[in-house]
Design a binder for this molecule. Structure first.
Ligand code: NAD
Length: 322
């Protein structure tokens, strides 16, 4: 029998890719309040509930007796916590996390999986490894370290439910349009460059990230969901173990589009906590779950440039800065 899985944030970027790829493998219910998600991201055959993961009644409307809950809802990037976003960012992320965690256990789930972030590594030495001491550089990363501490404590009290957190690296791929200026740099550069607009790059463009295709992220989550091992409370990096600079990305997109657009370089306006580089150690997830990243950056970027829906493109961060 198929596992019954609740996916919060199911109409968002990573959530919708997870649901669409796994729609035949699992019996999925996707919950989203459409704050940033888009119902059109989801294949119409997927059961969708519009509701707030902070609200117990909305979770109850999704059903019960879930085998697993994947919690991806929350305030999903650091700039969303700026200015007026500060209080709501914390309330939304922390309240939804504890509400969904409790709902998962009470609905009988054997597994609770959730999105943490690689942002909590800040500028730690590379490769970034799960055993490092972390000092989260911004409010977004603080909410995620809260998740991890809460999960650890919760598991000690209720060891019947395994809990797994994923420190995603820099994820790119389809269905990110609704995030607009908060989307991955690869997506934002592509949306600029298909419109023949120069992307804006902070600093010299030498900063680098472990850009990971969303299908590889889905692979990692799915392996954890399918595993029959009982493993307690764990945290895994999901990345590629490789990294590329923003300048490399630009070059790759120009090649894929057959263009030669030059970026605009500006002084980095982010004063504190800007991450200069990132690449993951993926030994733990590879060893425990057999995870192997499969999508090369070249192939992932090419695929994304070929499947652009221009009508869905929203304002990118460069639109505000050019
Ligand atoms: N994309 C990345 O590179 C990346 C990297 C590290 C971690 N993450 C984490 O992974 C998760 C998913 O990220 P994403 O990139 O798909 O972001 P996203 O914003 O596209 O997805 C989050 C979804 O949750 C929904 N949502 C927010 N608050 C909600 C609430 N209270 N109730 C119901 N739905 C709610 C939004 O409408 C959105 O559809 C987030 O927790 C994010 O912090 C993402």
């Amino acid at each position: 029998m198929k596992k019954k899985v609740l996916v919060t944030g199911g109409a968002g970027f990573i959530g919708s890719n997870f649901c669409n790829i796994n729609q035949n493998k699992f019996d999925i219910v996707a919950l989203d309040n459409l704050f940033l998600g888009d119902k059109e991201n989801l294949d119409p055959s997927i059961t969708f509930v519009k509701g707030d993961a902070c609200q117990r009644e909305d979770l109850t409307r999704c059903g019960d007796e879930f085998d697993a809950v994947l919690h991806l809802a929350g305030t999903s990037s650091a700039p969303m916590f700026n200015d007026d976003g500060f209080v709501n960012g914390y309330v939304n992320s922390i309240k939804s996390f504890v509400q969904v965690l409790e709902f998962a256990r009470k609905s009988g789930a054997k597994k609770f999986l959730y999105a943490s972030t690689s942002s909590l590594y800040g500028n730690n030495p590379m490769p970034l490894i799960e055993t490092q001491v972390v000092n989260p550089p911004n409010h977004y990363a603080v909410t995620k370290i809260c998740y991890e501490h809460c999960a650890e404590c919760y598991y000690r009290v209720y060891p019947e439910m395994d809990i797994t957190g994923f420190r995603f690296m820099s994820v790119y791929g389809p269905n990110e349009e609704a995030k607009g200026q908060f989307a991955n740099m690869i997506s934002q550069f592509i949306w600029d460059m298909v419109r023949d607009l120069p992307p804006v790059i902070y600093g010299t463009g030498e900063q680098f990230r472990d850009f990971t295709n969303v299908r590889d992220v889905v692979q990692g989550i799915t392996l954890a969901l399918e595993s029959e091992k009982k493993w307690g409370n764990k945290v895994y990096n999901i990345g590629t173990g490789k990294s590329s600079s923003f300048n490399d990305i630009l070059q790759e997109i120009n090649t894929a589009l057959g263009k030669s657009i030059e970026p605009i370089y500006i002084k980095n306006p982010v004063k504190e906590g800007y991450v200069k580089g990132q690449h993951a150690d993926i030994t733990r997830i590879s060893r425990d779950l057999g995870y192997i990243p499969k999508i090369t950056l070249k192939a992932g970027i090419y695929e994304q440039t070929q499947n652009i829906n221009r009508n869905k493109i929203r304002e990118t961060s460069s639109d505000y800065l050019r």
